[in-house]
Design a protein around this ligand. Structure first.
Ligand code: BEZ
Ligand code: FE
Length: 276
């Protein structure tokens, strides 16, 4: 195939994937080429802009290491992560909605008994978190495994702290006989996503802010139910309507209530969807 021009190249590239044995891979590659070419045509992409895009993606890859995943951050800030979550987590009415996973989950977090302080030295105002894990008919889900993780009062997750050798503000609990859980931690506060890399450059160039509204992350698993990856967001946060990664859902917002002793209490029941 020779002398391809702007009118014939797209079909020529698609034809080159015709022999892909995996039907899904063929569908993905065909559609990707169609949409990439359509984008370039629509904006009349210049060669300088093409090179700037390549340099941006190169810098994004170079920023990644075992603690930093700049490509996920890029996907998050472009809304692609939340779009994928929304398309793949259509749960029955009444079940707790899912939201973005984020880059700060850690496998193997410490297990805690009910009532324990998962902050484990993280800075922040004292807070109690409690609720139940239920099934769609309101039945308790005893033994559900509840993983929680959050940023500290300075907006940092433990994994972002150089030299810290133990988990802070993250842990795993097991729901009790009535599906109940409770633990102590620190007050969730708004924080900026890491913006010292190419994604931060993109946010600044487009006059976007990097802030996420205050939240706790949860991942809840139990046999017979779909795994749930979600957040609980703090009501009245300044950034609820402009989350840098588009993850807020109204049903996930709860009130952190100040107690007479100055600490906070948040209560949230999770409703798991039955396994498909
Ligand atoms: C987070 O909530 O931990 C998070 C989510 C997306 C990007 C960065 C951070
Ligand atoms: Fe977070």
């Amino acid at each position: 195939m020779r002398n391809l021009n702007q009118d014939t190249i797209t079909q020529a590239v698609i034809a080159r994937f015709a022999g892909t044995p995996d039907a899904r891979l063929k569908e993905l590659m065909t559609s990707l080429v169609q949409h990439l070419h359509a984008f370039a045509r629509e904006v009349k992409l210049t060669e300088a802009e093409w090179l700037a895009g390549i340099q941006f993606l190169t810098a994004t890859g170079q920023k990644c290491d075992d603690k930093r995943q700049e490509f996920i951050l890029l996907s998050d800030t472009l809304g692609l992560s939340m779009l994928t979550v929304a398309m793949n987590n259509d749960k029955p009415a009444g079940c707790t909605e899912a939201t973005v996973f984020g880059p700060f989950h850690v496998e193997g977090a410490p297990h805690y008994e009910h009532g324990a302080d998962v902050a484990n030295g993280a800075v922040g105002e004292a807070c109690m978190v409690r609720g139940r894990v239920l099934g769609p008919k309101g039945e308790p889900v005893p033994g559900a495994v509840i993983e929680v993780w959050q940023a500290d009062a300075e907006g940092k997750y433990d994994v972002q702290r150089e030299g810290l050798d133990h988990a802070q503000a993250r842990g795993v609990l097991t729901a009790g006989a009535g599906g109940e859980y409770h633990f102590r931690s620190i007050l969730a506060e708004a924080y900026p996503i890491p913006d010292d890399g190419p994604v931060g450059d993109m946010l600044r160039a487009t006059r976007r802010h990097p802030w996420r509204p205050a939240h706790l992350h949860f991942m809840i698993t139990a046999p017979g139910y779909e795994s749930l990856i979600t957040h609980v967001f703090r009501d009245k946060d300044t950034y609820l309507d402009s989350d840098a990664v588009f993850g807020v859902r109204q049903s996930l917002i709860a009130d952190w209530v100040r107690q007479p002793d100055g600490s906070y209490l948040v209560e949230y029941d999770f409703v798991l969807a039955p396994a498909k």
